[in-house]
Ligand binder design. Structure first.
Ligand SMILES: NC(=O)c1ccc[n+]([C@@H]2O[C@H](COP(=O)([O-])OP(=O)(O)OC[C@H]3O[C@@H](n4cnc5c(N)ncnc54)[C@H](OP(=O)(O)O)[C@@H]3O)[C@@H](O)[C@H]2O)c1
Length: 257
């Protein structure tokens, strides 16, 4: 029986992993939320890893508020870079395979085609920079790791674009959505499944991967699909937001190959 630690377990991806965990009979899971285990607290991490001989750690802990990260980058870097560094050191010491989730926002969005794992990251906002530094720490410190970059996560859990559009549509609100960025919406349940299946195949050594659900669209296009899927298309006004302004720069193209 392989022992798996999941950090940030109350987040969107953490909850998707928890939902399917029972299907993976030969894996034994320990779920730690941010209160049980703060990844910025090296002592707390040490105690957790001293208590149980984990085989894998899936790091779902992250500071994911892109707007707020721009205003308080120190917090984003503390979690997404320094916290990840703490995990990398302890995983190396205890010979635990680290599966870490990263983001399309490590790229600047200037490329016209989808980004491959060989493209050079060049983040344009603090969230992306903090996540890239987390990746670099892992690669410097460890051999037994897998960094999975994903994009535009949605699920039935937490606050995400899908639930927010659906709730607004159900409340009869007018929807105004930008079509200025292109990316791949990814169901976090599919990502959770991919992570556990790969882990079972012991496929986590020393690599960066991209995982998305494959279909590239804009936020406007994604909103259309959400309305269609929920039989609400045409029933709620949906317009392209031509005056979309954001406090933070976001990559125009963040499609991952
Ligand atoms: N969401 C997306 O669209 C998206 C896109 C690309 C990549 N990703 C990446 O995918 C991963 C999972 O994202 P998600 O959507 O599941 O994010 P999420 O819902 O925001 O979950 C992140 C979790 O991390 C926890 N956390 C924050 N600081 C922590 C700390 N210091 N120690 C331990 N836990 C901490 C949070 O707990 P609290 O709520 O208690 O703070 C939260 O439960 C992240 O690495 C993210 O960067 C996400």
């Amino acid at each position: 029986m392989k022992k798996v630690l999941i950090t940030g377990a109350n987040g969107q991806l953490g909850q998707c992993l928890r939902k399917i965990a029972a299907q993976f009979k030969n894996l034994e899971f320990t779920f730690k939320n941010s209160k049980d285990l703060d990844i910025t607290d090296a002592l707390s991490i040490k105690k957790t890893f001293d208590l149980v001989d984990f085989d894998y750690c899936i790091n779902c802990a992250a500071y994911t508020d892109v707007e707020q990260a721009e205003k308080t980058p120190d917090i984003a870097f503390r979690v997404n870079a320094e916290g990840v560094k703490n995990l990398a050191f302890v995983c190396k010491k205890h010979k635990v395979g680290l599966i870490h989730i990263s983001t399309d926002y490590v790229f600047d969005g200037e490329k016209k085609e989808p980004y491959s794992i060989d493209d050079i990251p060049n983040p344009i906002n603090e969230y992306g920079k903090s996540k890239l530094l987390g990746e670099k720490y892992i690669q410097e410190i460890m051999d037994d790791y897998c960094i999975i970059r994903t994009s535009w996560l949605y699920s039935e859990f937490g606050k995400n674009f899908y639930t927010s559009i659906l709730n607004k549509a159900k409340a009869g609100e007018n929807l105004s959505v930008t079509d200025e960025q292109i990316g791949c919406p990814t169901n976090a349940n599919n990502l959770a499944n991919y992570i556990l299946e790969n882990m079972l195949m012991n496929n986590v050594k020393n690599r960066v991967k991209h995982f998305t659900d494959g279909i590239a669209t804009t936020w406007y296009g994604f909103a259309q699909s959400i309305l269609l899927e929920n039989s609400m298309h045409g029933k709620v006004p949906l317009v392209r937001d031509k005056n979309y302004r954001t406090f933070v720069r976001r990559p125009k193209n963040s499609v991952l190959k």
